[in-house]
Design a protein around this ligand. Structure first.
Ligand code: HEC
Length: 156
C-alpha cells in the first residue's frame, strides 16, 4: 500500500515537473497558442471528411455528415477566451504561431471572418444530413470561410 502511494506521488511529481507530460508548455502564451491549435485541429478533423464527401473521395453518408457538421457546430459553443493573447503572432513566436499581426490590428475584419464561419457552420449543420443536394449546397461556404480567414490572418 505504502509502495503504491509512493509510486503515485513520484508520478505526480514527475508530471508536475514536466518530465512525463512532454507536451505540457510552461509559457502561458505558448499554452494559449497550443489551445487554439487544438481547436483548429479539431475543426479540420470534422471538416476533412465533409470536404472529402464533397469532392467524391469519400462516399456521402447522411448520418456521418450530419454528425460531423453538428460537431463543428458544438465547437462554436466553446469559449476561446484567452486563446489569442496579444503578442502571440508569428513574429513574436516564430516556429510556433502562424497568426498574422493583422488578427489583432484588424479586429473588425477578424470578427467578420468569425461570423462568416459561424454562419457557414450553422448552414451545414442544418443541411449536411438532409441528402446529397442539401449537403452540396452548404459545403462550399464552409470551405470558403476556413480559407477566407486563413488567407487574411494566417501565414503560409
Ligand atoms: C476566423 C478565422 C479562422 C477560421 C474561420 C478558421 N481558421 Fe484555422 N486557423 C486560423 C489561424 C489564425 C490559424 C493560425 C493559428 C496559429 O498558429 O497561431 C489557424 C490554423 C489552422 C490550422 C493549423 C493548426 C496547427 O496545429 O498549426 C488548421 C489545420 C486549421 N486552421 C484548420 C481550419 C479549418 C479546417 C477551418 C474551417 C473548418 C478553420 N481552420 C477555420 C484562423 C481560422
Amino acid at each position: 500500500m505504502k509502495k503504491i502511494l509512493l509510486l503515485l506521488m513520484a508520478m505526480a511529481m514527475a508530471i508536475a515537473s514536466g518530465t512525463i507530460a512532454h507536451t505540457a508548455e510552461r509559457d502561458p502564451v505558448k499554452k494559449a497558442i497550443q489551445a487554439r491549435h487544438a481547436v483548429m485541429i479539431l475543426r479540420s478533423w470534422y471538416a476533412g471528411p465533409l470536404f472529402g464527401m464533397a469532392k467524391g473521395d469519400i462516399e456521402y453518408d447522411a448520418d456521418w455528415a450530419g454528425a460531423l457538421a453538428n460537431s463543428l457546430k458544438a465547437e462554436l459553443d466553446t469559449t476561446d477566451r484567452g486563446m489569442w493573447p496579444e503578442e502571440s503572432d508569428y513574429e513574436a513566436y516564430p516556429d510556433f504561431s502562424r497568426t498574422l499581426p493583422e488578427w489583432w490590428l484588424d479586429t473588425d475584419g477578424a470578427e467578420e471572418a468569425e461570423k462568416a464561419y459561424a454562419s457557414a457552420v450553422t448552414q451545414i449543420a442544418e443541411s449536411a444530413g438532409g441528402g446529397l443536394n442539401a449537403f452540396r449546397s452548404a459545403i462550399g461556404d464552409l470551405g470558403k470561410s476556413c480559407k477566407g480567414c486563413h488567407d487574411s490572418y494566417r501565414t503560409e
